[in-house]
Design a protein around this ligand. Structure first.
Ligand code: KG4
Ligand code: ZN
Length: 350
């Protein structure tokens, strides 16, 4: 089954062609970093306008690379939420139009299920159930994942997402946008223990995260000890200490969740999961805890449509399709009624 997948929930226009939910025939991403760089973050109105300009050329390029056409695809999968509603609506409208025009089945998929299922594109040995950590610019959440789309929230950030604090701290330090990859690169020669920033909510009573205090403590540290021109080593010390604090909080909470819920395997996905220090630290923890850890490769960690194609394939194969009344949703949980009042047609058990 060939699925054309479309992802436009934030600032990347992604289109992929995925075969049988496993094989990526094409996975095109048109990045909007240049549009948003000067603002130090995504400007929703500019994002949706750029999606409108790029989506058709990206679809053409993805079909061409996969050496297929709209007539040959078997179905369409599209992100319907969570995300920026204006951005989501572009992908959703195009998906509906293709499906209606070509008489193909189509289905709405949540962005989170996409991130959690991305490893299936590369690893045949991943099986359910697993503990899923989605850590990106918009999300930092832990899930019990029992099947494709059978995703139960265990804990989430109470304030900022981890990627958001990477971007904000980079902005405060004048390092550029997006901050995550820049801080990752800069921290490589640094000593993460030169400056110890606080970690919040480490008590065993919750599986939630909190990162806004960390961001504030970096700002306060800089006020108390201003950075002078040419103090490169100090700057590297600050970003390494900050990165260590984020990674430590993520790894400890995930370890706690794995122990409490007796998981044997973990999936770590989303943009921040491409962080090299995070990957190393998770691997060490997994070895010590006798857990298996699965990371998608970096280009499948950040937003892309191939991951939406994995979920879409499984839904379409079960006969689950969406109707034209399906709307875009900014937040999770996507209301159940959207799945029951005709948006999804279930003719198979999940
Ligand atoms: O998954 P993603 O592409 O979009 C969202 O769904 O949010 O994640 C983007 C986020 C940005 O905040 C970016 O700074 C962060 O992922 N990111 C990283 C790295 N690469 C991307 N954070 C830390 N280290 C990285 N190497
Ligand atoms: Zn994402």
């Amino acid at each position: 089954m060939l699925v054309l997948a479309i992802e436009s929930s934030c600032d990347d226009t992604g289109v992929a062609v995925v075969e049988d939910g496993r094989r990526v025939l094409s996975n095109r991403v048109s990045s909007q970093i240049e549009v948003h760089r000067k603002y130090g973050g995504v400007v929703p109105e500019l994002a949706s306008r750029r999606h409108i300009e790029t989506i058709i050329p990206v679809i053409r390029a993805a079909l061409e690379e996969a050496q297929t056409t709209l007539d040959d695809i078997d179905g369409v999968a599209v992100t319907c939420g969570p995300g920026l509603v204006g951005s989501l609506l572009v992908g959703l409208s195009v998906a509906k139009s293709i499906a209606y025009g070509k008489g193909k089945p189509w289905v709405g998929v949540t962005h989170i299920d996409g991130h959690l299922c991305a490893p299936f594109l590369e690893r045949e040995d991943l099986v359910f159930p697993f503990l899923g950590l989605v850590v990106s610019g918009g999300h930092t959440s832990l899930y019990r994942v029992e099947g494709v789309g059978r995703t139960h929230l265990l804990g989430k950030t109470r304030d900022d997402a981890a990627g958001e604090v990477f971007d904000k701290v980079a902005k405060v330090l004048g390092l550029g946008y997006p901050g995550g990859p820049i801080i990752d690169r800069m921290s490589k020669p640094g000593n993460p223990r030169t400056i110890r920033f606080p970690r919040a909510l480490l008590s065993s009573r919750t599986l939630d995260f909190s990162f806004s205090g960390l961001k504030t403590s970096v700002v306060n540290y800089l006020k108390a000890h201003p950075l002078q021109e040419g103090q490169e080593d100090r700057l590297v010390g600050i970003v390494s200490g900050f990165q260590e604090a984020v990674v430590d909080a993520l790894v400890r909470k995930t370890k706690q969740a794995a122990r409490q819920h007796r998981f044997e395997r973990i999936v770590v996905s989303g943009g921040v999961a491409s962080n090299s220090h995070l990957r190393r630290t998770f691997e060490e923890m997994a070895r010590a805890e006798d857990l298996e850890v699965f990371f998608p490769s970096p280009e499948l960690c950040t937003d892309n449509a191939a991951m939406i194609g994995v979920v879409g394939y499984h839904y379409l194969q079960k006969g689950w399709t969406s109707t034209l009344s399906l709307n875009a949703f900014a937040n999770l949980p996507i209301p159940l009624e959207a799945q029951l009042t005709g948006s999804f047609t279930k003719d198979a058990d999940n």
